[in-house]
Design a protein around this ligand. Structure first.
Ligand code: FAD
Length: 342
């Protein structure tokens, strides 16, 4: 548990949160970025990394993953500090006008500007729908993400799901785990063509055992020992030390709803001149923000980030003279300062 003082905290490392770091950075504000996912990019990285996007101005086409990589390169000069696998959980007003933001890990951020770029809410894994499953979480055999692949070596691993995560991990763990059984309700997977070809080879040579069906129950005393597989032929038990369930993500607004913000149908109402919410010094941009005529587009979020930053800097440094500069000037000054420091 740590107390971190910073100019601005950005909740959400999606494209709009990342661009907020750029706009604030141009005004010399240091940012910490919090995201519950294990990587930056928000929807672009998690939901459609390989799909081309055609409406980013002056870039005819790039994938969700490329957009994320470009944004990370663009903000690198501002040294943002990322807290991934971390959920922003509560927000408290302090007497001097700053905010204390607490994460689910207990870390506290004290800041004068909070930028909520939380999209549809914090992404969490879709869990197995039966009650006993909870009892096998936290090191007892059921996981919704791989934290340490080495711990799966030599184990009988069952992987459930038909998307990128299920396919990628089946391939990565093939040969390292004692056995890999891949369970999916149909004989079709959503993954890149090259990855699918690799998967087919590993199934054909018997390295991966593919089963059509659904996990319907878990069994084991202290730790998971068997999973029940339900298929068209009936139910049967599969021996299993570790079950990795990759059923996609669901977005939750529970934490944001507790912040005391004015919400409209799951979005945060903002002033379109500043992107400030009803709480002074707390801003909302990107998909989570709502105002008349709002379009949930990445380019809208980029515009919102620029206006937000020019207002937020007055909260961060009320006494400083903030003069508007184009990036052609501001970045040149910054990059030449960096060169001199080297
Ligand atoms: P997001 O990308 O949703 O990122 C929000 C991040 O905040 C997430 O990573 C989430 O985990 C995190 N978060 C939320 N709450 C918390 C919390 N409490 N603590 C920690 N982290 C939290 N838009 C276009 O402009 N052009 C397109 O062509 C296009 N194509 C699309 C195709 C698909 C299939 C989809 C699903 C969307 C598409 N979009 C497109 C929409 C675009 O992806 C969104 O508008 C954009 O991602 C919004 O960015 P954001 O930064 O506001 O939020």
């Amino acid at each position: 548990m740590a107390v971190i003082h910073t100019d601005a905290v950005v909740i959400g490392a999606g494209p709009c949160g990342l661009f907020a770091v750029f706009e604030l950075g141009m005004l010399n504000a240091q940012c910490h970025v919090i995201d519950i996912l294990d990587k930056p990019g928000g929807q672009c990285a998690e939901l459609y990394p390989d799909k081309p996007i055609y409406d980013i101005p002056a870039i005819p086409s790039l994938t969700g993953q490329q957009l994320t990589a470009n944004l990370l390169e663009q903000i690198a000069p501002f040294d943002p500090v990322f807290r991934l696998n971390c959920r922003a959980e509560s927000l408290e007003a302090l007497e001097d006008g700053s905010w204390k933001l607490t994460t689910h890990t207990g870390d506290e951020f004290v800041t004068r500007a909070v930028v909520i770029a939380a999209g549809a809410g914090s992404f969490t894994p879709r869990r197995l729908p039966f009650a006993e499953a909870r009892g096998y979480e936290n090191g007892k055999g059921l996981s919704y993400a791989v934290r340490d692949a080495d711990q799966l070596a030599g184990k009988r691993v069952v992987i459930a799901g038909g998307g990128d995560s299920a396919v990628d991990w089946a391939i990565v763990l093939a040969g390292r785990a004692a056995s890999i059984t891949l369970v999916h309700r149909r004989n079709e997977f959503r993954a890149a063509p090259g990855t699918l070809a690799k998967l087919q080879t590993l199934i054909a040579d018997g390295t991966i055992d593919f089963q059509v069906g659904a996990i319907s129950a878990l069994h084991g005393q202290e730790h998971l020992e068997q999973v029940e597989l339900k298929s068209a032929d009936g139910s049967r038990q599969l021996p299993c030390d570790e079950l990795l369930a990759f059923y996609g993500l669901v977005a939750s607004l529970d934490e944001i709803n507790s912040f005391g913000l004015t919400m409209q149908n799951g979005q945060i109402a903002v002033d379109t001149a500043t992107f400030e919410t009803n709480l002074p010094g707390v801003y909302a941009i990107g998909d989570i923000a709502v105002y008349p005529g709002k379009l949930k587009l990445i380019l809208s979020g980029f515009h919102e980030a620029a206006l937000m930053a020019h207002h937020a800097i007055k909260q961060i440094r009320p006494d400083a003279r903030n003069t508007f500069q184009h990036s052609t000037t501001a970045m040149q000054v910054r990059l030449s300062k960096e060169k001199t420091a080297c």
